[in-house]
Design a protein around this ligand. Structure first.
Ligand code: FES
Length: 166
């Protein structure tokens, strides 16, 4: 699977991929830094970090937290979004969940960064003529964040939200 970084650094295509969805003008997205879009039936976060576009499922794989409100930080040389709910760290490039492990027998115990593997579905971003497109990663391999894109989850969330009284 090609990452968004690889795609953006490869030669500029003149047409978007056939299955790509337009998500905005480059200048608007750069200015906004992050936007959420419904793309191919999924809620997707598109963000621009240091001139690179990234796209991933909007709700955190852990418990559905709003990643569009997360900070971006670097851990062990990998750029991550930090979920605002429980501070899980997710790499922008691959959607991997990072955590710190400590070897208790080491003296002094020294924490090291490890990966839980791909937990958040990331999508491909393509830039064509100053327009930005997202192609949904439709790999059939299940990824944890998929659950928060289901109708079952949306229905549960809608029921849980208080209705506005007039
Ligand atoms: S919901 Fe994101 S860390 Fe818990």
């Amino acid at each position: 699977m090609m990452s968004s970084e690889e795609e953006l650094t490869s030669s500029t295509p003149s047409l978007p991929p056939p299955s790509a969805h337009f998500v905005g003008r480059k200048e608007d997205l750069v200015q906004a830094k992050r936007v959420t879009r419904l793309v191919g039936g999924r809620d997707v976060l598109v963000l621009c970090h240091k001139g690179q576009f990234h796209a991933m499922d909007m709700r955190c794989y852990h418990s559905g937290g709003p990643l569009q409100e997360g900070d971006i930080e670097e851990f062990d040389g990998r750029i991550c979004i930090v979920c605002p709910w429980h501070k899980y760290k997710i790499t922008l490039a691959e959607g991997k969940g990072l955590y710190q492990a400590v070897n208790p027998s080491a003296t002094p115990p020294k924490p090291t960064w490890r990966s839980k593997g791909v937990k958040q579905r990331v999508h491909k971003v393509t830039e064509v003529n100053k327009n930005v497109y997202v192609t949904i990663n439709d790999s059939l391999d299940p990824i944890d964040s998929d659950f928060y894109q289901t109708e079952r989850y949306r229905t549960t969330m809608n029921k849980a939200q208080p209705k506005n009284k007039k």
